[in-house]
Design a protein around this ligand. Structure first.
Ligand SMILES: Cc1ncc(COP(=O)(O)O)c(C=O)c1O
Length: 426
C-alpha cells in the first residue's frame, strides 16, 4: 500500500544541521559515485583513505594471482575447462547449493536465471527501487515487466509486508498483473527477509531469485546467501567482496534442470560442441577470472571478518553520534558488509567535507530507479516510493575494506564528528 510522502518522517534531523546546499548534486552520474580520496585536495590530511583499497588486497596475494595467469598462458585454456568447473564446484559448496553456473557478469547471471526459469513476455517481476539498474534491466531484457515495492526505511531491504499486501490484492483479482517472480536485493551485504519471502512464494506460487551481487558470505538464520531462494545471481565485479580482475558472475541453485538450461543459455544454447538446442548467448565466465575467484574464495571468510571488525568499530562510534544513523542489520542476519552505509542530514555537505580531508565515499544509490530517466515513460513520480526516495537523499557509504586499520576508522569517525561540531556552531 503506497504511503503518502507527508506521512514519512525525515530519517534524521539534528539540531546540528541545516538542510541546505544538498540539492545541487542530486543528479550526479552514477559513474562518479565511488569517489576515491582526492590527493590534490589533500593539503590538510596526511594520508588519503580510499573508499576501497583493492591494490592492497592484491599485493597480499600477488603470487597466487600471478600463478593463475601463468597457468592460463601455459595451457592456453581461456574458455571453460578445469579452472571454471573447479571454481563452480567450490562456490556451490560455499553457498550450500547443488550447482553453480559461471557467467560473464552479474547482469548476465540475473538475465539468464530469469530466462531459464521460463520468464518472458507476459510475466511480471516484483523488486525494489533502491538497487543498481542491472536488476531491472535483466527483467526487461527477458520481455517481462516489473514493478517495485517500497523498502523498510531502517534496513533498506524489500518490505515483505508490502509484498504480501500486493500479492493478496492481486490474487483476489485486484487491478494489476499477478507477479510470477520476486527479485529481492541483498543490499549492502545483508540478505533480504528470505524466510518470509519463501513462505510468501509458496503461498502465492512465486519463484524467488536472490540478487546476491553484494552478499558473498552473508548469512540469514545461519544459512548463506545464494542457497536461500530458488536461484541466486552473484556479481564478481572487481569491487565486490569476491571480485574478479575484470568482469564475472554466477548463478547458484539446487534445481538441476535450471542449472542445465543456464549452462546452455550462456554458451549459444549448446548441449555439446556445435549442437544448439536453442539460441542462447555468449555469457561465459573466463577461465582466468574463475581461477582468480577460486584463489580469492579461500580468503573470503577472513576478509569478511575484517569488514565486520571495521563495521563494529563504526557502530560503536556512531552510537555516540545520534545524528549518524547506520543502516540497521537484523538480528538474524550476519552482514558481509559489502558497504557500510549511514543516513545523515546534509549528506552532500558531509561528503564534501570528507573529500576535502582525503576520505573517499560513495552513494549507493543517489537516484532510485523509479525516478531514472530510463523509466520516465512508466509514469512513476516523486512520492511513489517515499522510503526509497528519502533514503537516497540521506545515505552515504563510508570507506570499507578488510584491511582498513583501526587508526583509519578512527580518522573517518573523527572527521565526521568535527563536521557535526562545526555545523552546530555555525
Ligand atoms: C545489486 C546489484 N545487482 C546487479 C549487479 C550487476 O552486476 P555486474 O556489474 O557484474 O553485471 C550489481 C553490480 O554492481 C549490483 O550491485
Amino acid at each position: 500500500m503506497p504511503v503518502p510522502a507527508a506521512a514519512i518522517p525525515l530519517p534524521i534531523e539534528s539540531k546540528f544541521f541545516r538542510r541546505s546546499g544538498s540539492a545541487s548534486k542530486r543528479g550526479a552520474a552514477p559513474s562518479s559515485e565511488d569517489r576515491p580520496a582526492a590527493p590534490d585536495r589533500m593539503k590538510t590530511s596526511p594520508t588519503p583513505i580510499p573508499f576501497l583499497d583493492l591494490p592492497r588486497q592484491h599485493a597480499a596475494i600477488k603470487q597466487e594471482l600471478m600463478a593463475v595467469f601463468s597457468k592460463a598462458l601455459d595451457s592456453a585454456s581461456f574458455i571453460g575447462g578445469p579452472m571454471v568447473s573447479g571454481f563452480e564446484q567450490a562456490f556451490a559448496r560455499y553457498v550450500g547449493a547443488a550447482h553453480c553456473v559461471g557467467m560473464g557478469s552479474g547482469t548476465d547471471a540475473l538475465r539468464l536465471a530469469l530466462l531459464a526459469m521460463g520468464i518472458g513476455p507476459g510475466d511480471h517481476v516484483v523488486t525494489v527501487p533502491n538497487t543498481f539498474i542491472a536488476t531491472t534491466e535483466a527483467v526487461s531484457q527477458t520481455g517481462a515487466t516489473f514493478e517495485f515495492v517500497d523498502i523498510d526505511p531502517e534496513t533498506c531491504l524489500m518490505d515483505a509486508n508490502r509484498l504480501e499486501d500486493l500479492l493478496r490484492l492481486r490474487s483476489a483479482g485486484g487491478e494489476g498483473p499477478r507477479p510470477t517472480v520476486a527479485l529481492p536485493v541483498h543490499l549492502y551485504g545483508q540478505t533480504a527477509e528470505m524466510q518470509t519471502l519463501m513462505d510468501l512464494a509458496q503461498r502465492y506460487g512465486l519463484k524467488v531469485l536472490e540478487d546476491a551481487a553484494q552478499a558473498h558470505g552473508a548469512l540469514h538464520h545461519g544459512r548463506p546467501a545464494g542457497g536461500l531462494g530458488h536461484a541466486a545471481a552473484f556479481s564478481f565485479y572487481a569491487g565486490k567482496n569476491l571480485g574478479a580482475c575484470g568482469e564475472g558472475g554466477a548463478v547458484t541453485t539446487s534445481d538441476a534442470a535450471l542449472a542445465e538450461r543456464m549452462s546452455m543459455l550462456r554458451d549459444h544454447g549448446q548441449s555439446q560442441k556445435y549442437r544448439h538446442q536453442f539460441e542462447g548467448y555468449n555469457a561465459r565466465l573466463d577461465a582466468i577470472q574463475a581461477g582468480i575467484l577460486q584463489v580469492k574464495l579461500a580468503h573470503l571468510d577472513r576478509w569478511n571478518e575484517g569488514r565486520r571488525r571495521v563495521a563494529a568499530r563504526y557502530d560503536a562510534a556512531f552510537a555516540e553520534l545520534p545524528w549518524v544513523r547506520p543502516v540497521r542489520v537484523l538480528p538474524h542476519n550476519r552482514s558481509c558488509y559489502h558497504l557500510y552505509v549511514v543516513h545523515v542530514p546534509d549528506r552532500d555537505g558531509l561528503r564534501e567535507h570528507l573529500d576535502r580531508e582525503g576520505i573517499g565515499t560513495g552513494l549507493h544509490y543517489p537516484i532510485p530507479l523509479h525516478l531514472q530517466p530510463a523509466y520516465a515513460a512508466k509514469g512513476w513520480g516523486r512520492g511513489s516510493f517515499p522510503h526509497a526516495e528519502r533514503s537516497a537523499e540521506s545515505l552515504l557509504s563510508l570507506p570499507m575494506f578488510p584491511e582498513m586499520t583501526d587508526a583509519q576508522v578512527e580518522r573517518v569517525v573523527r572527521s565526521i564528528q568535527h563536521f557535526g561540531e562545526s555545523a552546530s556552531t555555525e
